[in-house]
Ligand binder design. Structure first.
Ligand SMILES: Cc1ncc(COP(=O)(O)O)c(C=O)c1O
Length: 386
């Protein structure tokens, strides 16, 4: 298999990740924060180490403000539904994933005012498009760091400064950037950072997290057992217990701890350099193939390792199936859970084929993928399904 679907979930995982998950299941690892026997203390210190590593990666001043969640969607849900009440105003961009768009639309039905900051044809949202939408009651601005359709990188630092100056909360969806692009929650004025453990952080599925800045108040969307203040009927006010109710995904976090340790040693900048090389190779190669339409930023504009394209005469799902049939290429066709973004790009009716290399993809694999697309493109049209 040539795995080019890292934007959905990363594969392969670094050495040591699978072993850490298996060890967590094989060897005694208790329920962290619930009791004082050795196995529970071991689990608690592993979870604490992972929190500290994540804080280091995102330059978060206090690791206790990083709460584990099941995925990015779960983290976005805690943040969006925790921040907004009827009468508040929220802003998002026209490139958002359904994990942002659907909860915001649901809240709009319940009296939250919602504005959408326009994006250009490359998916880029000019910071002024956000500034001009701010209102006195704007409570939350939600913005993805990078697009899962076009790889477009948003001006997070500039937008963060605008939002901070206005006194609203800034929530960043780092689904396509955590582990692949540098993130500094302090210099980027990020109040809330939602991230997956299973994409660029290279950990297992079922992991993710939400960073909550100091002083940020969220309404609770779930309460429950935390192992702390058990006689108190109210949820503890301190973090991470405030948002972490119920038993954590300890085997998943064990794997995530191993993958984040790997990332810190390799360095996000080294991953970024590797992925940029592959992305440019892919973009240049596809641009040379007759009948290919590329979407998103120009080849010389920085983007995340996400490339969307279509081939004349081919429906995107049929093309993705053909790529897999001919060379075991794993891609993702369709709308990518991002109807809003595809409407913005004008591809809602047709979708695109998305190729997303990762830290372990080789230039040879990209060459093979390009050769297969080229071979398909050069075959007589009447052989192609439409
Ligand atoms: C931009 C963006 N936001 C949110 C999500 C949801 O992530 P998860 O599957 O971890 O919930 C994705 C997943 O692809 C995404 O690309």
């Amino acid at each position: 298999m040539i795995y080019l679907d890292n934007a959905a979930t990363s594969w392969p995982k670094p050495a040591g990740v699978a072993e850490a998950v298996v060890r967590a299941l094989r060897e005694p690892l208790g329920n962290p924060g619930r009791t004082h026997h050795r196995a529970a203390l071991d689990a608690a210190s592993m979870v604490a180490a992972c929190r500290e590593d994540l804080a280091e990666l995102f330059h978060a001043p206090n690791p206790l403000r990083i709460c584990f969640t099941a995925n990015t969607t779960d983290a976005l849900h805690l943040a969006i539904k925790g921040a907004l009440r009827p009468g508040d105003h929220a802003i998002c961009s026209a490139m958002e994933h359904n994990s942002v768009w659907r909860p915001l639309k649901a809240l709009a039905e319940m009296g939250v005012e919602l504005s959408v900051a326009e994006a250009g044809q490359t998916g880029f949202v000019h910071p002024e498009n956000v500034r001009r939408l701010l209102r006195p009651n704007t409570r939350l601005v939600v913005m993805q760091h990078a697009s899962n359709v076009t790889g477009t990188i948003q001006a997070i630092q500039e937008i963060g400064a605008i939002v901070r100056a206005h006194g609203a909360l800034f929530l960043v969806d780092a689904a396509q950037s955590a582990g692949s692009l540098p993130i500094d929650v302090v210099s980027m004025s990020i109040d809330l950072l939602a991230f997956p453990g299973h994409k660029g952080l290279l950990g297992p599925q079922g992991t993710g997290g939400l960073y909550v800045g100091e002083g940020v108040e969220l309404q609770l969307v779930r309460e429950g057992g935390t192992g702390s203040e058990s006689l108190n009927a109210e949820q503890p006010s301190f973090y991470p217990d405030r948002l972490e109710s119920g038993t954590l995904n300890v085997p998943g976090i064990a794997g995530l701890d191993a993958s984040v340790t790997y990332l810190l040693a390799r360095g996000v900048s080294s991953v970024r350099k590797h992925e940029t090389g592959l992305t440019v190779q892919l973009l240049r190669g596809l641009a040379r193939i007759p009948g290919v339409t590329l979407y998103g930023p120009a080849v010389d504009t920085p983007r995340a390792a996400v490339v969307s394209f279509n081939l004349e005469g081919w429906e995107c799902t049929a093309l993705a199936e053909e790529l897999e049939r001919r060379a075991g290429i794993a891609s993702r066709p369709g709308i990518h859970c991002a109807g809003l973004a595809h409407r913005t790009l004008g591809t809602a009716a047709i979708g695109t084929v998305r190729l997303s290399p990762g830290p372990f993809t080789s230039p040879e694999e990209i060459e093979t993928a390009l050769a297969v697309v080229e071979a398909i493109a050069r075959e007589p049209r009447d052989l192609c399904p439409r």
